[in-house]
Each structure stands twice: as structure tokens, then as C-alpha cells.
Design a protein around this ligand. Structure first.
Ligand code: CO
Length: 468
């Protein structure tokens, strides 16, 4: 082993099985009851953190799992006593799909910390720092560790200098670490080495790298990032790794330990964790929720420069319109629309916006003849400032004489918490319930009704047990 034991290098791991792996492979359908039993073991693994909340977890808990996401968080806290609980937060969008007023952002962040979150990874799809500022300040004030996050993408304006400068600005905002988030799994080893080096040269705080295996690049990308000094990487227990998920925890732990890195992980515990999740994974394959294709390598994203998830969306859009013969044209149009719109990173909601617009442009036979209301809102500045100026001609077609907003969109939003709380009298049982409702009104309402019905059933049963 070529190790200098006096100079042990450290790399720490964030385990993603409960959030990103769960979200990427099985549409976040893992109920709490399925993983509760392994939490005490996971608590001994030595992870830097367990990513377990935020992203789509909140929405899916209410919408499909009949679970209160806040209760899930409190239960996670009770069972992961010595592990840092981490969540992913979309800046001013929180866990929803639109911008919320600052009071809601502040309250949501405070309540997340109060219910058990330690680390909040905060990002904005456009890397508009005004969209993460309020959440970041509130989280720091509430005592959370904030990881200021850069949405990674490739474009003429997303240079090393631009990313490093944003990292510095986030450090100045008071974040505890910088996370580079390659949501699409398109970052190459060379890009990782250069980018992590550039950020490391600019900031003093630790740097985290997040990627996906989609294109098969992730293990190499992590190795080069580690050579460049990255401090934390995101991985998933091996049976929930690969494909659209993260690289495997055990594999990277094994390889890095041999290379002389201190990972802080306990390999025996990692094996127990994986043994626990394996039959669960197999169940999902059997019932069709986990398509084995999701776990394979797909290099199309490298050829088309379009993330894998977006490619499959384009295919289903075109199939629905019986226009698969226009696929190549749409693929050529997609980067053009992205350039017109100022090179937004192709992540939610921008990937959908750009994809739909490219499809419209091709199928209508005229560019920007049909414009979605999302693209209109984007051009108006409701999502923030585009990374590069939007093409003036497109801007004119989309907005006509209307002027884009000048300031921060959230400044135009009225507070809603007290009003909503009044409206929900007798239905919402806590401020957390009110926040669930503000984020997902119909879904939360349905959940509250189901919760009440379930309790009434239990009460009835307790009073007069029946044979069923
Ligand atoms: Co991800």
C-alpha cells in the first residue's frame, strides 16, 4: 500500500439510499416502515451524513405513502442519534415547484431544524444566489449546517471562474461547505478535477461533490475529484447504486481505504446495511417499480448533451403526440432553445421547460409560435436571473411589450401563513401541517382527511371490536 501514514487523507461519505437513490430508482416510494429497522445499524456506519429528507420525499410522503413527512423526520431523528440528518432544499422553492414568500421560507427552514435536520443543502436551479439567500440565512440562524450548492452544467458561460466566484460568494454568505451538484451525471473526470481544484483554490470551507452514475462516469469523476481534494462524496448502499443513482458506498470505501484514505466508515456495518436493503430492492424489481434499466449505463446524454431523465421525457412527449419521427430534430433544437434562454442548467424545472419548448418549436414548424406559460414566467424573471442574457428576439416574441421584473420575484409575494392557518382551523393540527398545506394544498388536504378517517376507524374499532 503506497500510504504515508503520517499524512492520512480524509474523504467522508454521505449515504443517499433514503433520499436520492430512493428518488432516482424507485420514484421515492420507500415508506418509513420499510427502513425503520435498519436505522440503528446505519447510525453506526460512520457516514458524514445521511441524506434522508427534502427533494421529492416530502411530496411523495403526503401524495402516495399516506405518511406525514414531519413525523418521518422526527422518527429518523429518534433512530439516528449520532448521525447527521441531511436534507435537500430548492432555495426559494423549498420543496415545492414555485417561489414562496420569505416568511414561509424562514418558517419552513426553522421547522425542519426543530424537527431534526442537521445539514441543509440549498440550491437554486439557475444558481441565482438571491434565491438561496433567505433560506441560507434562516438555516444558519436556526443552527443548521448549510451546504451552499452549485447546480452543475456545461455551457460557454459556466466557466471555472464563474463557478469559483459563486462558491466564494456563498462562503461570504456564511455557508459551512460548498456542494457541487451534478444532477444529470454528466460531469467528466477532467471537469471534476478542474472544477474542484478551482473551488478549493477560492474557498477555505470543505467541498462536497454530488453526481449520478447515469452515463457511467461517476466513479472516475469521484476519483479525480478526490485527487483534487474534495472532502465529501455522495454514495448509495450498493444494491441501490448505479444507473440513475449514486456510485456504491462499499466499493468506494474499499478502494479508497486501500489507497490510504481515511473514510471513517465501518465496512462490516456497511455490509449489514446492504444486506438489509437487498431483498427490498428485489421486491421493487419484482413488482415493476424498479425497472432494471434504471440501474444500467446510458451514454446518450454524452452524445446529445441532454441529461438522461430529460431524454426519456422527450421520448414520451413525442410518443404521446405520435411524432417520434421528429426526435432527431427535437434533439438538435434543444441546445438551441437552451442557448436562447441564457443557458439555464437542465434540471427541474428548466429541463421540462426547455424540452417542451424545443418540442413545440419543431412540431409547430415555427420557433416560439407556441410558448408555454412557464417559459413566459421565466422570461419575466419569476425564476430568477438567467445565467446569460436571454436572446433579445426571443424575449420580444415571448413578452411583447411587457417588461421583465427588475428585483427579486419573492419580494412581490404577500405573506400567507397566518391567513392559511385561519383557513385550516380544525384541520391543521400544527404549524407543520400549515406548511405542508402551503407547499402542496390539494395533496395535504387529502392527507389530512385520510388521517382523520383512519383515526376514526381506530377509535370505532377500540370501542366496539368487530370480527374483521
Ligand atoms: Co441527485
Amino acid at each position: 500500500m503506497k500510504t504515508n501514514s503520517t499524512n492520512f487523507k480524509k474523504v467522508r461519505f454521505t449515504e443517499t439510499v433514503l433520499r436520492d437513490a430512493n428518488q432516482s430508482l424507485i420514484a421515492t416510494r420507500l415508506p418509513y416502515s420499510k427502513f425503520a429497522a435498519i436505522l440503528p445499524e446505519m447510525d453506526k456506519a460512520g457516514y458524514y451524513s445521511v441524506e434522508c429528507w427534502g427533494g421529492a420525499v416530502f411530496d411523495v410522503c403526503l401524495r402516495y405513502l399516506d405518511e406525514d413527512p414531519w413525523q418521518r423526520l422526527r422518527d429518523l431523528r429518534k433512530n439516528l442519534l449520532s448521525t447527521k440528518l441531511q436534507m435537500l432544499l430548492r432555495g426559494q422553492n423549498l420543496l415545492g415547484y414555485k417561489h414562496y414568500p420569505d416568511e414561509i421560507v424562514k418558517m419552513f427552514v426553522e421547522k425542519s431544524v426543530e424537527n431534526g435536520i442537521d445539514i441543509i443543502r440549498i440550491f437554486d436551479a439557475l444558481n441565482d444566489l438571491r434565491n438561496i439567500e433567505v433560506a441560507t440565512k434562516a438555516a444558519i440562524k436556526a443552527g443548521a449546517i448549510v451546504s451552499g450548492t452549485l447546480s452543475y452544467t456545461q455551457s460557454p458561460v459556466h466557466t471555472l471562474e464563474a463557478f469559483a466566484k459563486q462558491a466564494k460568494e456563498m462562503e461570504n454568505m456564511g455557508v459551512a461547505s460548498i456542494c457541487v451538484k451534478d444532477m444529470a451525471g454528466v460531469m467528466t473526470p477532467e471537469e471534476a478535477y478542474d472544477l474542484i481544484s478551482a473551488i478549493k483554490a477560492e474557498v477555505k470551507i470543505p467541498v462536497v461533490l454530488h453526481t449520478h452514475c447515469t452515463t457511467g462516469m461517476a466513479y472516475m469523476t469521484y476519483m479525480k475529484a478526490i485527487e483534487a481534494g474534495v472532502d465529501v462524496i455522495d454514495t448509495a448502499t450498493s444494491c441501490f447504486s448505479g444507473g440513475t443513482s449514486q456510485p456504491a458506498t462499499e466499493t468506494l470505501n474499499y478502494a479508497l481505504t486501500q489507497l490510504g484514505y481515511d473514510t471513517g466508515l465501518n465496512a462490516d456495518v456497511l455490509k449489514k446495511v446492504n444486506d438489509y436493503f437487498k431483498p427490498i430492492r428485489d421486491e421493487y424489481i419484482k413488482d415493476g417499480l424498479l425497472n432494471p434499466k434504471m440501474m444500467a449505463t446510458d451514454t446518450d446524454a454524452l452524445n446529445y448533451k441532454v441529461p438522461g431523465g430529460m431524454l426519456s421525457n422527450l421520448v414520451s412527449q413525442l410518443k404521446a403526440q405520435n411524432a417520434m419521427d421528429r426526435f432527431e430534430e427535437v434533439l438538435i433544437e434543444t441546445p438551441k432553445v437552451r442557448a436562447d434562454l441564457g443557458y439555464p442548467p437542465l434540471v427541474t424545472p428548466m429541463s421540462q421547460m426547455v424540452g417542451v419548448q424545443a418540442t413545440n418549436n419543431v412540431l409547430a414548424g415555427e420557433r416560439y409560435k407556441n410558448i408555454s406559460k412557464e417559459v413566459k414566467a421565466y422570461c419575466r424573471g419569476e425564476y430568477g436571473t438567467a445565467p446569460a442574457p436571454i436572446d433579445p428576439e426571443v424575449m420580444k416574441k415571448v413578452l411583447g411589450d411587457e417588461k421583465p421584473i427588475e428585483g427579486r420575484y419573492a419580494d412581490t409575494l404577500e405573506p400567507v401563513f397566518e391567513k392559511t392557518k385561519q383557513e385550516l382551523k380544525g384541520v391543521a393540527r400544527s404549524d407543520e401541517d400549515v406548511l405542508s398545506y402551503v407547499l402542496f394544498p390539494q395533496v395535504a388536504e387529502k392527507y389530512f382527511a385520510a388521517r382523520k378517517a383512519k383515526e376514526e376507524k381506530v377509535v370505532k374499532y377500540t370501542i366496539a371490536p368487530k370480527e374483521d
